[in-house]
Ligand binder design. Structure first.
Ligand code: HEC
Length: 202
């Protein structure tokens, strides 16, 4: 009988330090409880028509239940969200290479998705935002949103994605720059977590 091990790991490397191999995942890492669902920031639909307000309210509801804030908010991945910066990006990153094989994984920091033009998505078109959410296509047109769970969002309807985009346009802009992506093998200066399901090879 074949026996395969399935390991789900969510750990935080304090201060981004990387220990020398061989690693002992039980001793070297600390398990953290990521914040799962954060209240979505209140939108400011202002003078919009009741119909538009209803669309924005639906977008707010969707962003909350789809847990966008659990990654796109500082501290949330480590269970300590900064409520003044909800959706304004995370300085805790997500490793996108396998912790069991890579001593220094590649790390991506969930970006600021508030309307700030410099550090957020204020200059993105509606289509670009919708493509990032449902198809994992980044601003350069390539499918490289490795740690963004777009596969789980691929079936969001046109109306719902329009509502999400509409809502994201109405929240406060927060200027907050997240760290650059770290390539595998390089040292990450900011902390990160591992997300993923790993199993032993047959
Ligand atoms: C599991 C963590 C996670 C969740 C949950 C998540 N995202 Fe992301 N998202 C990311 C990461 C990481 C990136 C950057 C990926 C990259 O550049 O390769 C990203 C990128 C994006 C981008 C592109 C922005 C940019 O500057 O590159 C948008 C827009 C976005 N996410 C919106 C959302 C929305 C809306 C939701 C909820 C429906 C959501 N995300 C949920 C992790 C997440």
């Amino acid at each position: 009988m074949k026996c395969s091990r399935l390991i789900v790991i969510v750990v935080l490397l304090a201060g981004g330090c990387v220990t020398e191999s061989p690693k002992d995942i039980l001793n070297d890492y600390e398990e953290v409880d990521a914040t799962t669902v954060l209240d979505a920031p209140t939108s400011k639909p202002g003078t919009f028509s009741p119909q538009t307000r209803a669309i924005v309210a639906r977008g707010e509801y969707l962003v909350e239940i789809l847990a966008c804030g659990s990654c796109h908010t500082d501290g949330a991945l480590a269970g300590d969200p900064d409520f003044d910066r909800t959706l304004a990006g995370s300085k805790t990153g997500i490793a996108f290479t396998n912790p069991l094989g890579e001593e220094r994984p590649g790390v991506i920091y969930p970006p600021n998705i508030t309307p700030d033009k410099k550090t957020g998505i204020g200059d993105w078109t509606d289509t670009q935002i919708a493509n990032a959410i449902r198809a994992g296509i980044g601003r350069h047109g390539s499918r490289r949103l490795v740690s963004m769970p777009w596969r789980g969002y691929a079936k969001i309807s046109e109306d719902d994605v329009t509502a999400i985009v509409g809502y994201l346009r109405t929240i406060d802009s927060v200027r907050h720059q997240v760290p650059d992506e770290v390539q595998p093998g390089r040292i990450a200066s900011y902390p990160f977590v591992y997300y993923g399901v790993y199993r032993s090879k047959p």
